[in-house]
Design a protein around this ligand. Structure first.
Ligand code: FAD
Length: 437
């Protein structure tokens, strides 16, 4: 949006007494107020208002499903003319970054010290909120750069890494310390962290383990996971890895198994990197595709092909011993909506298969310390009081590692509540220690 377009859009806002847009925003951004400040030309104030609730507005402005959240709750949306809240949020945040606006003062660190493990939306939200509440915060991140899926998952063409780095720099400015390349579990344990004097520890470690398909031929070379593929692309595009050291092979015929957002990102990335052909294989119909509708439509427009109602049954080998095809069985949808195999098979030829069928949490932390319980699928169990504490006192958690793969803003919503829970816990701990003295 240009400045003129942003002002024009802001002037259309009716400033409702009961703003539906705010209710529709999972983190309850004060949308009418920041739009009013923008309309009055006070961009600094507009950014200050956004920064009260969000640590990642330039990112949310780009990747949040606004059409399902704030924008769908706008009264003007009833006439299909709702305010473009996402674009306004993005405009204000970009303006603030480009002009070096830094409305939040650095933390004094006087209220206590907290270790945050993982620097995706969950970790960054907890870190930012606690720093704003005057806690000292150190983030431990296993990857060479902070950002989690924002940096190493969502592709550049949807979310520029420059934007991610700018948001993280805002957190550095308010005093958050980042330690990258440190994998908690193998490199340092939760017990070591408590021994170093942290009052509380937060785990926002996401779902690091991609699911795989246990099919005949699974050992063939050329079958990779979407998370590996997207990570390698970022590392190669940032000059951190030579493409020849990876399994990217850009000119291949690629099959992507799965039809969620991760599958669309992998497929659209492969198209951009020059694949001969990219085909998404999905065992249900186009009506059940779980990717955001705009992602699905974009993939179709960009030339990604789709094989619906095809369930993978085996990987087949090429002459050189690597994967050369995918054996699939046709499915049929029953009148009750269930999917049943028909017994009809075919082989879809390919040079590479990318699996995008979901992720689950890794056990690096829970297996190297005691007391943190997980459910039968490996997701961390947390409690209501203090909000987000695990079964181990002082260790908190939120984001995908707790509720399963979801969205950036849902990880942020939960993490805001957990940051408040951590503050409550650390304050209570200090108070108790004072009483005992
Ligand atoms: C390809 C892809 C595209 C997506 N697109 C969108 C989108 O457009 N819009 C949207 O709203 N959502 C999208 N999502 C979902 C969204 O990104 C996630 O829900 C969100 O990132 C979850 O945040 P998180 O902080 O819980 O986990 P993550 O973002 O996964 O961050 C976890 C971090 O913890 C680190 N870590 C893990 N274990 C350790 C350890 N032991 N020690 C140190 N560090 C560790 C990881 O390296 C990582 O940096 C997408 C997800 C993917 C995979």
């Amino acid at each position: 949006m240009s400045m003129a377009d942003a002002l024009k859009e802001a002037r259309r806002c009716l400033n409702c007494a009961k703003p539906g847009c705010r209710t529709g925003c999972p983190i309850e951004n004060n949308i009418p107020q920041f739009i009013r400040a923008l309309r009055d030309g006070n961009l600094g104030t507009a950014y200050e208002i956004i920064s009260e609730r969000s640590n990642l507005p330039a990112i949310c402005g780009r990747v949040c499903p606004h059409e399902k959240q704030c924008e769908s709750h706008c009264v003007l949306a009833r006439n299909k003319n709702g305010i473009k809240v996402g674009s306004l949020e993005r405009f204000i945040a970009d303006f603030a970054h480009i002009n070096g606006l830094k409305p939040i003062p650095p933390t004094t660190g006087e209220r206590g010290s907290v270790a945050v493990i993982g620097s995706g939306p969950a970790g960054l939200t907890v870190a930012g909120d606690l720093a704003k509440m005057n806690f000292g915060v150190t983030v431990f991140e296993g990857m060479p750069e902070p950002g989690g899926v924002l940096m190493f998952g969502i592709p550049e063409f949807r979310l520029s890494k420059v934007v991610v780095r700018r948001e993280i720099d805002q957190l550095r400015h308010i005093g958050v310390v980042f330690k990258t390349g440190v994998l908690v579990g193998p490199d340092i344990t939760v017990d070591d962290m408590f021994a170093q004097g942290f009052d509380a520890i937060f785990m926002g470690t996401g779902t690091a383990l991609p699911k795989t398909l246990d099919l005949p031929g699974k050992e063939l070379a050329g079958i990779i996971t979407a998370t590996y593929y997207l990570q390698m692309v970022v590392l190669v595009e940032n000059g951190k890895l030579d493409a020849r050291e990876t399994l990217l092979h850009d000119s291949d015929r690629i099959l992507v198994i799965g039809a969620g957002n991760v599958a669309m990102d992998a497929a659209r990335t492969a198209i951009r990197r020059g694949a001969k052909s990219v085909t998404v294989v999905y065992h249900k119909t186009d009506k059940q595709v779980s990717a955001f509708p705009n992602e699905f439509t974009a993939a179709q427009k960009e030339g990604v092909q789709f094989e619906f109602l095809q369930s993978p049954t085996a990987y087949t080998a090429a002459a050189d011993g690597s994967v050369g095809g995918l054996d699939v069985e046709e499915m049929v949808q029953t009148p009750e909506g269930k999917f049943k195999p028909t017994g009809k098979h075919k082989v879809i030829p390919c040079d590479r298969i990318i699996l995008a069928i979901g992720q689950k949490p890794a056990a690096r932390i829970v297996s190297t310390t005691t007391g943190i319980r997980v459910d039968e699928r490996g997701f961390v169990i947390t409690r209501e009081r203090p909000y987000g504490m695990t079964t181990r006192a002082g260790v908190f958690s939120s984001g995908d590692v707790v509720h399963g793969p979801a969205t950036v803003v849902l990880a942020m919503r939960e993490s805001k509540k957990v940051a408040a829970g951590i503050a409550q816990y650390v304050d209570a701990k200090h108070l108790l220690a004072e009483c005992e003295e």
